[in-house]
Design a protein around this ligand. Structure first.
Ligand code: ITT
Length: 198
């Protein structure tokens, strides 16, 4: 079994979720927040999978350690799948979560079809070169104002009708059980355990 894994992210929200999701599976879990410097990776892929693989490959070469990268985002049906791969920079290159949410709500103003889904692609790259990609999704609807203080990103406006809560109103454990990231991690663990071939 793999002992140590580097999560190729600087996003604190993601890093925290991975620390919980992978606890007990790997002995040591670090992220780019543990490194003083690392290569700058331009996310110029056309899909979540391409971007995840690009991040994982670059950081695996840099660290020489097994590396997991997440590329994820929000796809809104009425917006033709936007913001999609541009979710983190939807309102601009240096935009924060609040600005991105504000832009999303403005674009959806007056639109009744609020269906959306979160998508997460994970790329696991081993120092020897083996690569695994898995995907997880989570369906919901976009509210017209934020609710809840948990999670990160678009969580306060992502409503889960079956739970009658936004993603930001779930505990970290509840979010990990049903989220796109939680589902992708489950698929990855199944693959690593040899239960599923890709
Ligand atoms: P890294 O590339 O360093 O991992 P990033 O935040 O730039 O960090 P992405 O390019 O994958 O990562 O963008 C993902 C964005 O999608 C993220 O910034 C959020 O806006 C949104 N997102 C992804 N997962 C989310 C989640 O679980 N809850 C809310 N928003 C999420």
């Amino acid at each position: 079994m793999i002992k140590e894994i580097v999560i190729a992210t600087t996003n604190q929200g993601k890093a925290k979720e991975f620390a919980d999701l992978l606890d007990g599976i790997f002995e040591k879990i670090t992220s780019l927040n543990n490194y003083d410097s690392f290569p700058n990776i331009v996310e110029d892929g056309k899909t979540f999978g391409e971007n995840a693989l690009k991040k994982a490959r670059a950081i695996a070469v840099f660290t020489k350690k097994t590396t997991l990268a997440d590329d994820s985002g929000l796809e809104v049906e009425a917006l033709g799948g936007r913001p999609g791969i541009f979710s983190s920079r939807y309102a601009g290159e240096n935009a924060g979560d609040k600005e991105n949410i504000k832009k999303l709500l403005k674009e959806l103003n007056g639109i009744t079809d609020r269906k959306a889904r979160f998508v997460c692609n994970l790329a696991l790259v081993f120092p020897g070169g083996q690569e695994i990609i898995v995907e997880g999704t989570c369906e919901g609807v976009i509210l017209d104002k934020p609710r809840g203080g948990g999670g990160f990103g678009y969580d306060p406006v992502f409503f889960l009708p079956e739970l009658n809560k936004t993603m930001a109103e779930l505990s970290p454990q509840e979010k990990n059980l049903i989220s796109h990231r939680g589902r992708a991690v489950k698929a990855l663990i199944m693959y690593l355990n040899g239960q599923k071939k890709i």
